[in-house]
Design a protein around this ligand. Structure first.
Ligand SMILES: NC(=O)c1ccc[n+]([C@@H]2O[C@H](COP(=O)([O-])OP(=O)(O)OC[C@H]3O[C@@H](n4cnc5c(N)ncnc54)[C@H](O)[C@@H]3O)[C@@H](O)[C@H]2O)c1
Ligand SMILES: O=C(O)C(=O)C[C@]1(C(=O)O)C=C[C@@H](O)C=C1
Length: 317
């Protein structure tokens, strides 16, 4: 875990474009862990700019995108669907040698939309911190969001190794574990680990809401933690998620096809009374959950210091 003010700043100035959950968490993280000397903030929303000024989480809140382009590191923290238009407006103002990055949940489409607008010499290093919540906006951010979370970099082949090392050091300072991979691989992995689960949550909550006669008020009344976990995910930002599905279409559809096949197999097990099949699958998935908890990757995991519950793992795990 990074220590507050432990070492010298990694960048002199960092400009954040978009100060919602992720942009404002980066701003707070930069301050808390001394990752840069100055923070410049730009958001297209006047309301957000005013709130960022009031919160005091940036050194300069600028009124024009071009004024944010002078930083050593510029990070696009906007929905993936607008990264291209922001890059078009920003590109001509970026200095050669500047590092441009983003935090988008999809990588290949963002690269295709951003790269054509960048002048030679700009080091474009797309990134994706795998950390978030269902909340949005500048008030939702917090400095520790990235602690012990993955941040995936998908650098362009021509990128300068020193620039990539500096961005790695930046995310490490914010507490993240950095990994590098191709954009295509990222999009496929995230389609199954993040995009599909959100699609399932949006779908199940939508289906329950449509079944009004059965569920009216009872959805909430009788929902225990299972359905409520889905409603938390289904409360995630509609703009962000619309853009993710539209920009990672192929990978999501491929994973959805695979999911459909497995669901058909499950349906068959229920219809045929294949208890052994169901039991084997549920045993396998329980082991997966337990290994995630054992690795400390689930902050919402139960506190095993309390009295043991019926299905807790055996003592000594
Ligand atoms: N929320 C998460 O869990 C999460 C996690 C990892 C990555 N991401 C990615 O981070 C990005 C931002 O997500 P967020 O959750 O912070 O969203 P958010 O809605 O909280 O914030 C987005 C901000 O961008 C601003 N904005 C929109 N269009 C703009 C434009 N053209 N120019 C300047 N500002 C603009 C909005 O006003 C808003 O303040 C998305 O690309 C998302 O895919 C989100
Ligand atoms: O914790 C949550 O609420 C999230 O949905 C975070 C989550 C994820 O799916 O893990 C969502 C999208 C991002 O691209 C990265 C992280």
């Amino acid at each position: 875990m990074a220590e507050e003010g432990a070492s010298a700043p990694i960048f002199d100035s960092v400009a954040l474009i978009g100060l919602g959950l992720i942009g404002s968490s980066i701003a707070r993280g930069i301050r808390a862990y001394g990752a840069a000397r100055r923070i410049i903030a730009f958001d297209s929303s006047q309301e957000v700019r005013a709130r960022v000024s009031a919160l005091g989480i940036a050194d300069d809140v600028v009124e024009a995108l071009a004024a944010a382009a002078r930083a050593d590191l510029v990070i696009l923290c906007v929905p993936v669907g607008v990264c291209g238009e922001v890059a078009r407006a920003l590109g001509p103002h970026l200095s050669p040698g500047a590092v441009l990055s983003d935090v988008g949940s999809v990588k290949a489409a963002v690269i295709a939309q951003v790269a054509p607008h960048l002048p030679p010499g700009v080091q474009f290093i797309p990134a994706h911190p795998i950390a978030g919540t269902e909340y949005s906006g500048p008030d939702a951010g917090f400095a520790t969001l990235f602690q012990n979370r993955w941040c995936i970099l998908t650098p362009q082949p021509q990128v300068d190794a020193a620039a990539a090392a500096k961005l790695t050091a930046f995310w490490t300072r914010l507490g993240a574990n950095v990994e590098t991979m191709s954009a295509a691989h990222h999009d496929l992995v995230l389609a199954v680990t993040s995009h599909l689960p959100h699609l399932i949550a949006y779908n199940i909550v939508g289906t329950a809401a449509d079944l009004e006669e059965v569920t009216q008020s009872e959805v909430i009344k009788f929902s225990a933690s299972g359905f409520r976990d889905f409603t938390r995910i289904a409360a995630s930002d509609p703009t962000m998620w619309r853009d993710i599905f539209l920009n990672n279409k192929e990978a999501v559809l491929e994973m959805l096809g695979r999911f459909d096949e497995d669901l058909t197999a499950l349906r068959r097990m229920i219809r045929c009374g294949d208890g052994d099949g169901l039991f084997a699958l549920f045993t396998r998935t329980r082991a997966i959950r337990r290994s995630i908890v054992a690795q400390g990757q689930d902050t919402a995991a139960p506190d095993f210091g309390r009295a043991a519950a019926k299905n807790d793992p055996p003592a000594g795990r």
